[in-house]
Design a protein around this ligand. Structure first.
Ligand code: PMP
Length: 305
């Protein structure tokens, strides 16, 4: 995906020109993957632009940092304010936000208490998995790469290093001509997509893989679970073997970037009717309805810009 860079970025406490937000080549994070980050979307709503679950996302940023014993130099309020400021300064409305923290320069070695730096970038971003995929769905494959075992790298942290796994899965899928890759956990059971959680539909109920299956506990996943239950749709979190991808009635991926992307086939086998099914459509309606006002924002998820 190509990207048009915006003019401004927030870096270490101040808004600066995009080109000035630099770090040294010897930064710890570049060598060892020691960064934590978030991906957040800002949507246009009838009441003006709103950042979707800004605070929940940034709380997860602090949780990821806690797992890695990384003390962040700014508080949650500062990071929330930086997210708003960088969108406003770039005159964006519909936007993707990327707050992140990384170990910079200073000291050497894996356990060095290298100073942590922070930045927030924002830019316009359309559908992550391609134009039109929210309507048509994608063809996915099961990756030959497994997710990391839970006693190796914690999947519950959204840390830079985890995305080596995601890159292997996503790049293999694209190379083979698929829209996205789905990974199994080290148990051999279903985990998640390269950068998305999974929902399978069986007989009108939603089934999603559990956090013990080496996945990121997605905020979109949590949103769908709550919207679905509120609408009287049954949701089950459970371990699922690979073949259920082929046997389910409907299948979709979800995430901040991917939003709710239907999957029409896996490994060349058609899923259900081979097009987005009625429950997938209903979940899309409930989710996108938060931004046009047709789904009431009863949990205060829309945080005004
Ligand atoms: N799993 C992985 C590996 C991800 O990178 C993402 C995207 N952040 C998700 C799931 C979905 O998480 P969320 O809904 O919080 O964006």
């Amino acid at each position: 995906m190509s990207m048009q860079y915006p003019e401004w970025i927030w870096h270490n406490g101040a808004i600066k020109p995009w080109a000035d937000a630099t770090t040294h080549v010897m930064a710890h994070a570049l060598h060892y993957g020691s960064s934590v980050f978030e991906g957040i979307r800002c949507y246009e709503t009838p009441n003006g632009p709103a950042i979707f679950r800004l605070t929940d996302h940034n709380k997860r940023l602090y949780a990821s940092a806690k797992i890695y014993d990384m003390e962040l130099p700014y508080g949650l309020d500062v990071v929330n304010a930086a997210c708003r400021e960088v969108i406003r300064k770039n005159n964006l409305r519909k936007a993707y936000l990327r707050p992140f923290a990384y170990r910079g320069l200073g000291g050497f070695g894996l356990s060095a208490d290298t100073p942590v730096e922070m930045s927030v970038a924002s830019w316009f971003m359309g559908p992550y998995l391609g134009e039109g995929v929210l309507e048509t769905g994608i063809d996915a494959c099961v990756s030959s790469w497994q997710r990391f075992a839970p006693n190796t790298i914690p999947a519950g942290a959204k840390a830079g290093g985890n995305y080596l796994s995601g890159q292997l899965i996503a790049r293999e899928a694209r190379r083979l001509g698929f829209g996205e890759g789905i990974a199994l956990a080290s148990t051999g059971l279903l985990s998640e997509g390269a950068g998305e959680n999974l929902f399978l539909v069986f007989e009108g109920a939603l089934h999603t893989t559990p956090v013990s299956a080496a996945l990121l506990n997605g905020i979109t996943r949590n949103t769908i679970i709550r919207l679905a239950r509120d609408a009287g749709i049954e949701v089950v979190e459970r371990d699922l073997p690979r073949e259920y991808l082929y046997l389910c009635d409907e299948l979709f991926m979800c995430g901040t970037a991917a939003e709710i992307t239907p999957i029409r086939s896996v490994d060349g086998r058609q899923v259900g009717a081979g097009k987005p099914g009625p429950l997938t459509r209903r979940i899309q309606e409930l989710f996108f309805g938060l931004f046009d006002g047709s789904t009431p924002d009863k949990y205060g998820w829309l945080e005004a810009l």
